[in-house]
Design a protein around this ligand. Sequence first.
Ligand code: RIB
Length: 311
Amino acid sequence: MVIVVGSLNMDLVVRAPKIPRPGETVLGTDFTQIPGGKGANQADACSKLGADTKMLGAVGKDTMGSFLKESLKKDGVDVEKVLEKKDYPTGIAAIVVEDSGNNAITVAPGANSQFTTKDLAEMESVFQNADVLLVQLETPVETVREALKLAKKHNVTTILNPAPAALLDDEIFSLVDILTPNETELELLSGLPSTTKDEVKKAGQQLIEKGVSQLIITLGNKGSMHITKDFSKIYPAYSVKAIDTTAAGDSYNGALAVSLSNGASIDESIIFATKVGAMTVTKPGAQTSLPLLSEVEDFEEWYKINRFKEE
Ligand code: RIB
C-alpha cells in the first residue's frame, strides 16, 4: 500500500502561444479546470498504476474540494483521510501552458497550508500497513517532517519529492530513503551548481553526506540519474513530443512508489517510472494525463507510434 501525504489543487489552466514575461499580457487560446496538486497527482498516478493508495491532506469545504475528492475516488484512491477545512478555500494552481509544452505555475495553497502535524498524528494507524510513503513540499514542512517520522517509526520506505523547491534541514534529509529533486531543486538544496552531469553527481553526493540514503534526480528530456554513496547511473529519457509537461514529475514519483511497493528493484522501478513520465507529457493536464497500468504494459507498442521523429 502507498500513502501519499500532500496537496490537492484545482488547476486553472490557460493554453497560450508563450508564457508571458513580467508585465506582459498574452492572448491565450483556451481555459480548462483540471484536478491537480502534486500530492493528489501522485496519488492518482499510484492508483491508476494499480496500487492500493491512500491520500492524506486537506481541501476546503467547498465545491472544488468535493470535486477533487470525488475525482480521486473515482480513480480508486482512498480519500477518507482528506480533511475538509471549513475556514479555508480549496487550493488552486494558476497554470499557463505554452506551445512548447512547458508551463508556469503559481499555487494558492488554501486548505493545503492547514494540514497540520496534529491532523497527521491522528492518522498514525494508516502508516501501520503501508509499504511506501510519498510526500512533496506543497504542505507545511512540519507536516512533511511528521509524515517522514511516522513512516520511519512503522518501517515504511520514504520518498520525498522536494517540489516546489524549498530549503530543508538535516533532520529531514536523514528521514528520507529516496530524494527525487529536479536539477533546480537539487541546486537549491545542495547550494551547488547542478547543470552538467558531473555537477549533478557532486551536488547529489553532498545531500547523501547530509543524511539522504539515495537520490533520483529527474533531468527533463535528459532522463534521470540515480545516485547512492558509491554509485551513479544515468537512465536516458524516451524521445516523445511534449504536449504538456504538467504532472510529469508527479507521475514519475507515483510510478516509482508503486513499483517499489510491489517489491521491484530500484533499477526496474526507475525504468518503469521513465516510461510513465514519457507517456504523461504527451497528454494535456495533470490527472487527465496520467496513464493506466494497462497502457504502460503496452509501452513498447505505444512508443513505436509516439516516438518523436524530426519533420
Ligand atoms: O506538479 C504539477 C502540479 O503542481 C499541478 O497539478 C499544480 O496543481 C501544482 O501543484
